[in-house]
Ligand binder design. Structure first.
Ligand SMILES: C[S@@+](CC[C@H](N)C(=O)[O-])C[C@H]1O[C@@H](n2cnc3c(N)ncnc32)[C@H](O)[C@@H]1O
Length: 330
C-alpha cells in the first residue's frame, strides 16, 4: 500500500489527477482522509505517479491507527524498512483530531529501539506521520520539489507572456487526459501546457493564430530540452484542415476574452467552434482537458458536440476571473 499527499488548492482536481495516473498504472485510490490518499498500488505505479503536478509527496504506507496509543503499539510490531539514519516528521492536517506534538519523539524512540540511528538535520529516511481523522505513518519515497515547477513559471522562460497557467496546473491538465503518446494544444500561447507534456516524453503538437506565439512557444520548448514537437500557425476552429491525423489527447487554455476583440458573444462563438473542431481531430475515447470562464456553460456546450463530462473543477483566479477546468471524453 502507498500513501500520497495532494496539494490543498485544487483538491478535487488533484485527486482526479492521481486517479487518472492509477488508471494507467493499474491501481486505485483505496481511501481518503482530507489531503491524504491511500493507494492500492505498488512500485509499478511509480513512473506514473512521478508525472503528477498537484501532489506534494508519496511513499510507502506502513501503518494506520485510530489513536496515538494504537499507532505506537503497532509501530513496535513493525519491521521498519529504514535505510541509514532516520527522522520522524509530522504533518498536521486541518482535520487532525489528535495531539501529535510529542509523537515524533515517541515514535522516534520506538524505531530507535530497533537499532536505527536518528539524524535530525540530514536523515537518509524520512518517516512521515499524517494526522487527520486517523493517524498514519509511512516512509517518504518521492517529494515533488516546488522548485522544479517554479523554475518553469512564465517569467523564467525565454519567451515571456503573463497569460500562462501555473506549470503544476498545466501538468495536471495533461495528466487528466491520460495521454501516453502525444498531445495537442490548439491554442498553445507560450506553450506552457506543451512544455509539461514534453517533459513527460509525449510528442507535442501545438497551434496558435499569432506568429509570435508559434515562435515563442518553440523557443520555450527548446529551452527546456523538448525536441519532439510540431508547431503550426493556424486557427483552432479549423483543425481538420491543419492535420491529417487524429490525436490521442487534447489540452488547452483558450483566451478568456478580457481583450475587446474577444468580448461576449464573439468569445462564446469561438469556444463553441473550438469544441467542434477539437471533436473532429480527437480519437474515439480520447480526452480533452480545457478551461473556460464560469460565464460560459462549457458542460452544456461540449455535450451538444457529443462530449461526455468526466470532471469539472472550479478555480477563482482573481475577482474578475473565475473558471472551470473541464475534462471531457469523446
Ligand atoms: C490563454 S493563451 C494560452 C496560454 C497557454 N496555455 C500557456 O500556458 O502558455 C490563449 C492563446 O490562444 C490563441 N488564440 C486565440 N484565438 C485562436 C484561434 N482561433 N486559433 C488558435 N489560437 C488562438 C491566442 O493567440 C493565445 O496565444
Amino acid at each position: 500500500m502507498l500513501y500520497l499527499e495532494i496539494l490543498g488548492n485544487l483538491p478535487e482536481m488533484a485527486r482526479d489527477e492521481v486517479k487518472a495516473m492509477l488508471e494507467l498504472a493499474g491501481g486505485e485510490i483505496a481511501g481518503q482522509d482530507y489531503l491524504f490518499l491511500k493507494l492500492d498500488a505498488d512500485e509499478t505505479a511509480f513512473p506514473y505517479l512521478d508525472r503528477l503536478g498537484l501532489s506534494h509527496e508519496y511513499g510507502e504506507l506502513i501503518l494506520e491507527a485510530d489513536s496515538i496509543e494504537e499507532l505506537l503499539r503497532k509501530a513496535e510490531e513493525v519491521d521498519w524498512p529504514i535505510k541509514g539514519t532516520f527522522k520522524v516528521d509530522t504533518e498536521t492536517m486541518a482535520n487532525c483530531r489528535f495531539n501529535v506534538l510529542d509523537l515524533p519523539r515517541k515514535l522516534g524512540a520506538v524505531i530507535h529501539a530497533q537499532g536505527f540511528r536518528v539524524n535530525l538535520s540530514k536523515p537518509d529516511t524520512l518517516v512521515r506521520v499524517y494526522c487527520g481523522e486517523r493517524v498514519y505513518a509511512g516512509i517518504r519515497l518521492r517529494f515533488f520539489d516546488p522548485k522544479d515547477f517554479e523554475g518553469r513559471k512564465a517569467h523564467h522562460r525565454p519567451f515571456f507572456r503573463p497569460i500562462s497557467l501555473h506549470p503544476r496546473v498545466s501538468r495536471a491538465l495533461v495528466n487528466l487526459t491520460k495521454a501516453t503518446r502525444e498531445i495537442l494544444d490548439p491554442m498553445m500561447g507560450a506553450g506552457g501546457i506543451l512544455m509539461e507534456a514534453g517533459l513527460l516524453g509525449l510528442k507535442v503538437y501545438g497551434v496558435d493564430i499569432k506568429p509570435e506565439m508559434v515562435e515563442g512557444a518553440e523557443m520555450n520548448l527548446r529551452h527546456y530540452g523538448i525536441r519532439d514537437y510540431e508547431l503550426k500557425l493556424g486557427d483552432a476552429t479549423r483543425l481538420e484542415e491543419l492535420f491529417d491525423k487524429r490525436f490521442e489527447a487534447v489540452a488547452t487554455d483558450p483566451p478568456y476574452g478580457t481583450s475587446a476583440t474577444l468580448a461576449g458573444r464573439e468569445r462564446d462563438e469561438l469556444y463553441r467552434k473550438v469544441l467542434e473542431s477539437i471533436w473532429g481531430v480527437l480519437e474515439e475515447g480520447g480526452r480533452l482537458a480545457i478551461a473556460f470562464p464560469t460565464s460560459f456553460d462549457g458542460e452544456a456546450e461540449a455535450e451538444k458536440v457529443g462530449f461526455k463530462l468526466v470532471g469539472k473543477y472550479y478555480q477563482r483566479v482573481h475577482k474578475s476571473l473565475e473558471r472551470y477546468f473541464y475534462v471531457f471524453e469523446k
